[in-house]
Design a protein around this ligand. Structure first.
Ligand SMILES: Cc1cc2nc3c(=O)[nH]c(=O)nc-3n(C[C@H](O)[C@H](O)[C@H](O)COP(=O)(O)O)c2cc1C
Ligand code: SF4
Length: 589
């Protein structure tokens, strides 16, 4: 057997649950996972070859054909496009002599698109062999071309290329740097599990990943589950376009996060935790692993945490490989088990049947950080700010047309107009809140508030000024969903593609009123019968813009009452050629 493959299999103890992690290693080493590799891995893990193949095909960062020695993937979110991404990418392709999506003849480079990589405050950005390179400029492209042509390994590239700024612009309860590492654990050890669970209940903390489920209730459900083998999982997939606040927490507040996970473990009786880190944030992997190691040696992780006999808990980091749907908690669990990330049918929910079918708490990075702060500061302290149903603060990732993009922490209840003022946005046409899956809010609604009772968001806040074509954003998101749909259920698999084609038809000026009605009809089907949140929310931006900003569509409509999406006359081109007919009667007009 190939010795690299066999070493990797050995390192992962031939455990099929680690299939995805094994494949990522092989991809890194060989720029592909060839069919030969797939056979070796299947034999080494004693699983069917088809399972390996299916996983390779599912994740965007894995490939069964070679990618270039330098695999350059441009973040293709609307905010990157607004910052000139396409011109930069074209320049790079031209200078390297490579077509987008194709490998250069000498195998040196591939340049392609990928979904949002979470660098919206410092775009345009790309991943080079998995590592984020933000703030791309024409000058940087010239350096990249030189380095690629010189075949220089990444460690010889300028450090500045890989520097990711945190851009924290406004701090409040969570981002204020007044937390002493380990304080949440000291609190639970000193006051007892029940007292801290009460604090969490009192705090009213709700999940920060988007759905807003009460955190204390989730943890209490898990604690009540019959099975005693339990898991804590941190969702650091952060794939929602325009969101990057978890990136900042992982970069600058890792101890707070790990304290939050250990606190959860203590309260639900878990001994093992996983941090599911999106592949796009691989640049954080080493520093996160170092932090875990330091915690082990200082008694904050591992056996007998803080000297308490029955407090054992450790954390492992798993990398994702470029699939937005992995952020959906049950898909994330499938991915952690080394499978394709197909969302599970629920119920049962992860709190009773999660990882390895055992009770599992899945929470967002910000939720764990906030829970640690509450254990330290108390539930009432936290509930003292915010609104009636949205306690505490929310981290927003602000990008797009403003002079100060970055992470802003606000008490819940803050109005859009204040946020726009603070971040230097002027002449704003609309704000897209909650990412591609979220809501498009036009200017006349800027008095609205960020809160679960009004505009709830996982944290994405993208600003578009009056010079922007909102349809370009809608099209970008429609393409995103068609690309990211896992394909498991028909309403989403077909619906996202039909929606993408209909939006393209509007953009091209061929759509009619009948097409807009078809969009409403499709949205209804997707919202009522998709299997998971991806399909349920994919039409939101289309319906929002159709209803609130109809002029965006109206000015693009063609003159006809109906224009078929399928061009029958064009389709008969071959038949006419074969029969040598070019006379008018051979055409359908
Ligand atoms: C398509 C899709 C993508 C999601 N992506 C994320 C994500 O990147 N991060 C996250 O925390 N939650 C994400 N969620 C929500 C999770 O399913 C889950 O509700 C969340 O991790 C629970 O944590 P919380 O209660 O702390 O918010 C996503 C949901 C869907 C449907
Ligand atoms: S809604 Fe979409 S992403 Fe979710 S299971 Fe169905 S096809 Fe997959």
């Amino acid at each position: 057997m190939n010795s690299f493959v066999s070493d990797v299999l050995h390192e992962f103890r031939h455990d099929a649950n680690d299939l995805l992690q094994i494949l990522i290693r092989i991809q890194d080493r060989y720029s592909q996972v060839s069919s030969k590799h797939q056979e070796l891995i299947a034999a080494g893990l004693d699983i069917p070859r088809t399972r390996v193949e299916a996983v390779v095909q599912f994740y965007a960062f894995l490939s069964d054909t070679p990618r270039g020695d330098f695999n350059i993937l441009f973040s293709h979110n609307i905010t990157d496009l607004m910052l000139g991404k396409q011109q930069i990418m074209d320049q790079l392709c031209r200078k390297l002599g490579v077509q987008p999506g194709q490998i250069r003849a000498d195998g040196r480079a591939t340049v392609d698109n990928t979904s949002c990589i979470g660098m919206n405050d410092q775009g345009p950005a790309a991943l080079i062999n998995g590592y984020a390179v933000p703030r791309l400029t024409p000058e940087r492209v010239d350096v990249i071309v030189d380095k690629v042509e010189d075949n220089a390994p990444l460690y010889e590239w300028p450090d500045a290329f890989f520097k990711v700024e945190t851009n924290i612009r406004r701090s409040d309860l969570i981002l204020e740097r007044n937390y002493v590492v380990g304080a949440a654990l000291d609190a639970v050890i000193a006051r007892g599990d029940e007292a801290i669970m009460d604090e969490l209940h009192r705090s009213g903390l709700r999940g920060m990943g988007g759905a807003g489920f009460e955190t204390a209730r989730k943890w209490a459900f898990c604690l009540k589950a019959r099975d005693h083998e339990r898991y804590v999982v941190c969702n650091a997939d952060e794939g929602e376009p325009g969101t990057f606040k978890d990136r900042v927490l992982l970069q600058d507040y890792a101890h707070l996060l790990f304290d939050g996970m250990a606190l959860c473990a203590r309260l639900i009786g878990a001994q093992k935790g996983y941090l599911y880190l999106r592949g796009e944030y691989r640049y954080l992997l080493t520093s996160l692993q170092d932090t875990l190691e330091r915690r082990r040696s200082s008694g904050l992780l591992g056996h007998s945490i803080r000297g308490v006999d029955d407090f054992d808990f450790d954390i492992e980091i798993h990398l994702g490989a470029g699939a937005y749907v992995c952020g959906e908690e049950s898909a994330l669990i499938e991915s952690l088990e080394g499978k394709r990330a197909i969302p599970r049918t629920r119920p049962p929910f992860p709190v009773t049947h999660g990882l390895h079918n055992k009770p599992t708490v899945v929470n967002n990075v910000e939720t764990f950080c906030t829970a640690a702060k509450i254990a330290d500061g108390g539930g009432e302290w936290f509930a003292g700010i915010g609104t009636r149903r949205s306690k505490g603060t929310k981290l927003l990732s602000i990008s797009g047309d403003c002079s100060r993009p970055g992470v802003y922490e606000y008490p819940f209840g803050v109005r859009l107009e204040q946020i726009l003022d603070d971040c230097g946005a002027t002449d704003t046409q609309a704000v897209q809140i909650g990412g591609a899956a979220g809501h498009c809010v036009p200017e006349r609604e800027f008095h609205r508030q960020i809160s679960f009772e009004d505009l709830s968001t996982g944290g994405s806040f993208m600003i578009l000024n009056k010079e922007r074509d909102l349809l370009a954003m809608v099209q970008n998101f429609a393409e995103f969903f068609a690309h990211e749909s896992c394909g498991f259920c028909t309403p989403c698999r077909i619906g996202t593609t039909l929606m993408k084609d209909l939006v393209a038809k509007v953009t091209d000026g061929h759509a009619t009123r009948a097409d807009l009605e078809e969009m409403h009809h499709l949205a209804k089907i997707m919202r009522s019968s998709s299997n998971c949140g991806l399909g349920l929310t994919a039409p939101t931006v289309i319906i929002d813009t159709l209803e609130k900003l109809p002029e965006v569509y109206a000015r693009r409509l063609g003159p006809k009452d109906f224009e078929p999406a399928f061009d029958l006359d064009h389709a008969l081109e071959d038949a006419r050629r074969i029969t040598s007919r070019e006379d008018p009667d051979a055409h359908i007009l």
